[in-house]
Design a protein around this ligand. Structure first.
Ligand SMILES: O=c1ccn([C@@H]2O[C@H](COP(=O)(O)O)[C@@H](O)[C@H]2O)c(=O)[nH]1
Length: 281
């Protein structure tokens, strides 16, 4: 039987057109609850992330582990185990590996294998700075999502990404056009645009009407959820938005009620999106 593609899984989760939340898995040892900090580090990170997955799964369209949060601690094995856990227990929820890879093709090929074969991710984030040929090894994987950084959420992102090119187009606009067009050879491209820039979300949506947007920046970075949904949400059959929140969900409580607090924080994002959509109707 043919494997489900990244976009098919996402569409399944988007059957509820307000289910846009993607919970980011960004473990920070010093922020783990006291009872978890007592465990050996690998065990603590595993238990913490697994419980957050269990608490939030009903209201997410995806999970997004950030690879540096695991690799810096030497916990790649925990990351593998967590992705396997999602596959086994929530097979309809896609996993986006946030790795922001980008290198010449001969090396990028290994980054693509790392994401899709070693970790078994359904999608990966990539950096387009080296140009389209550097992304080909990722798009060569049938059915795997490739999220191209376009207008990132950080304060300094305009420094390069908003530069005007000859003809007046801005760099992030060119990236959006290329990623939605010629680079998108497996039909699974997505773009990363920060919720801290709702006007840019709207502009990218105009340039790339059919691709999913991974939008980090709600929650801890203070991005505007309502403005983002109004700018980027498409239609019930293809809502088109994946709203990532990591710290605001993971560390919703510093106490021993952290699972309930994470679930409540996730539910409140879901409810907030529902309210924005109801308001639009
Ligand atoms: O433009 C970008 C691209 C990626 N990120 C990543 O998303 C999460 C955001 O975490 P919060 O705690 O919700 O702020 C984190 O893993 C970043 O590396 C981003 O923030 N902006």
């Amino acid at each position: 039987m043919a494997q489900t593609t990244f976009l098919e899984s996402l569409r399944e989760r988007w059957r509820d057109p307000a289910r846009l939340l993607c919970v980011g898995l960004d473990p920070e040892p010093e922020r783990l609850p006291r009872s978890v900090r007592r465990l050996p580090l690998a065990e603590g990170v595993w238990v913490f992330c697994r419980e957050v997955i269990e608490a939030c799964a009903p209201c997410v369209c995806a999970f997004k582990p950030q690879i540096a949060h695991f690799a810096a601690l030497g916990l790649e094995g925990v990351l593998e185990r967590l992705i396997t856990h999602v596959k086994l227990n929530h097979p309809d929820v896609p996993v986006i590996l946030d790795a922001k890879r980008g290198d010449i093709g001969s090396t990028a090929r290994h980054y693509a294998r790392e994401a899709f074969e070693r970790y078994g991710a359904d999608a990966v984030t990539v950096n387009p700075y080296l140009g389209g040929d550097s992304l080909e090894p990722f798009f060569a994987w049938p059915g795997k999502g490739v999220f191209v950084l376009c207008r990132t959420s950080n304060p300094g992102s305009a420094e390069l990404q908003a530069l005007e090119l000859a003809g007046g187009e801005r760099l992030f606009e060119r990236v959006a056009r290329l990623a939605a067009g010629p680079w998108n050879t497996n039909g699974q491209a997505g773009l990363v645009v920060g919720a801290t820039w709702p006007q840019e979300v709207a502009q990218v949506r105009r340039l790339a009407p059919g691709v999913p947007l991974l939008v980090p920046g709600i929650g801890a970075q203070g991005g505007d959820l309502a403005a983002t949904v109004r700018a980027g949400w498409c239609r019930p059959e293809f809502p088109g938005l994946i709203l990532n929140s990591s710290r605001a969900i993971l560390y919703a409580s510093e106490g021993e009620d952290w699972q309930d607090a994470a679930a409540a924080a996730a539910q409140s994002v879901h409810a907030a999106v529902r309210a924005v959509l109801a308001d639009r109707a």
